[in-house]
Design a binder for this molecule. Structure first.
Ligand SMILES: CC(C)(COP(=O)(O)OP(=O)(O)OC[C@H]1O[C@@H](n2cnc3c(N)ncnc32)[C@H](O)[C@@H]1OP(=O)(O)O)[C@@H](O)C(=O)NCCC(=O)NCCS
Length: 315
């Protein structure tokens, strides 16, 4: 078959949403969520969002993005699907070869699939998409790790933290929802240690009120015993709705090393879970986790989806 490939145009959004929903068996996207993945990407390049079509009909799609991360240039397949009745005809191969050609001209070092920091749909290939696993192997990718999403049943608790917050306050630690004017302070706090998270934090600040909670450490005034100064320093934060908006997506969160082990993270986590519940979700997703024991202990999180991560070195 002769493949016709062209780049994405804004007027494709409805048809592309329908196409992806029909051809991704374990996922669904709304139009606004797809728009977040495409135009909402901080490195969005429409010329790397490739549509394979048969006349007016979309029969294949592959989106690529490039990120510079600590001196390495990563190219990502961010989304891909081929229409069920058009599979095994070389469409994904044709889309990938075109995308890889763009990556090579852009001097990309390594290509990965789906696990795009800052804004991603899923953090790797869900291996139940068995054809995608075969495709990755065939295109020369090697599996290098896993990523796990946890799930929390929000009906299990009211996620109240008032008592714990009161006891931290005595030690000068105040936990509160971040206010709009504090955005730069939060970004300054994360940018040294967790620079890749600033985009999600910015997205969470777009909500009204912001989907961000923070811990301030107030310096004690030496002569006045327990009285705290008004201006505190941000020492921890948690966010939600910073990626995959509207799906109950938690994270990122971080506590300064000096203040770990005091229960701050647990409160910040629960505050976000309470927000997600109030937004009408029954379950929260804790994606691409590192510290499974923390989430299991504090929120009875359970392992949900597991993703396989693949990469291909271009140099
Ligand atoms: C994965 C997917 C995009 C492949 O699209 P496709 O157009 O059928 O792929 P191609 O025909 O270009 O196949 C390229 C190579 O991938 C491998 N492959 C693809 N489908 C395969 C299958 N069902 N079984 C075995 N190998 C397969 C083959 O090696 C193939 O090369 P070959 O035909 O020369 O042997 C398609 O199956 C799909 O849309 N799946 C659902 C969506 C999805 O999985 N998205 C990714 C989610 S993480």
């Amino acid at each position: 078959m002769e493949h016709q490939i062209r780049t994405y145009r804004p007027e494709d959004l409805s048809n592309l949403t329908e196409f992806l929903n029909a051809n991704l068996d374990y996922d669904s996207l709304s139009k606004s969520l797809l728009k977040e993945k495409l135009e909402g990407d901080p490195d969005w390049e429409p010329e790397k969002a490739l549509i394979c079509h048969d006349g007016e009909k979309i029969i294949g799609f592959m989106q690529g993005v490039i990120r510079d991360i600590r001196g390495t240039k990563y190219g990502y397949i961010k989304l891909m699907a081929v229409g069920k009745s058009y599979r095994r005809q070389g469409i994904a191969r044709a889309l990938y070869e075109e995308l890889e050609g763009c990556f090579i001209s852009d001097n990309v070092d390594v290509v990965r699939i789906y696990d795009v920091p800052k804004n991603y749909f899923m953090p790797g290939i869900d291996p139940r998409y068995t054809e995608a696993v075969c495709f990755a192997i065939r295109m020369g990718f090697k599996r290098f790790g896993d990523a796990t999403n946890l799930i929390v049943d929000l009906n299990e608790s009211v996620w109240d933290t008032a008592r714990e917050e009161k006891s931290l306050k005595i030690h000068g630690i105040e936990i509160k929802r971040a206010e709009v004017h504090e955005k730069q302070n939060v970004i300054d706090f994360v940018k040294d240690e967790w620079a890749l998270w600033t985009h999600e934090i910015g997205m969470a600040f777009n909500d009204d009120p912001p989907s961000i909670h923070i811990a301030h450490l107030h310096a004690r005034l030496p002569r006045h015993g327990g009285q705290a100064s008004r201006q505190g320093k941000i020492k921890a934060f948690s966010a939600h709705n910073g990626n995959n908006k509207g799906t109950g997506w938690f994270g990122p969160m971080g506590t300064h090393p000096e203040l770990r082990g005091k229960g701050i993270g647990s409160i910040l986590l629960k505050r976000c879970l309470k927000d997600i519940k109030l937004m009408g979700q029954k379950r929260a997703i804790i994606p691409w986790i590192d510290h499974i024991d923390f989430y299991v202990h504090h929120a009875n999180a359970r392992v949900d989806r597991v993703f396989w991560r693949y990469e291909k070195l271009l140099k």
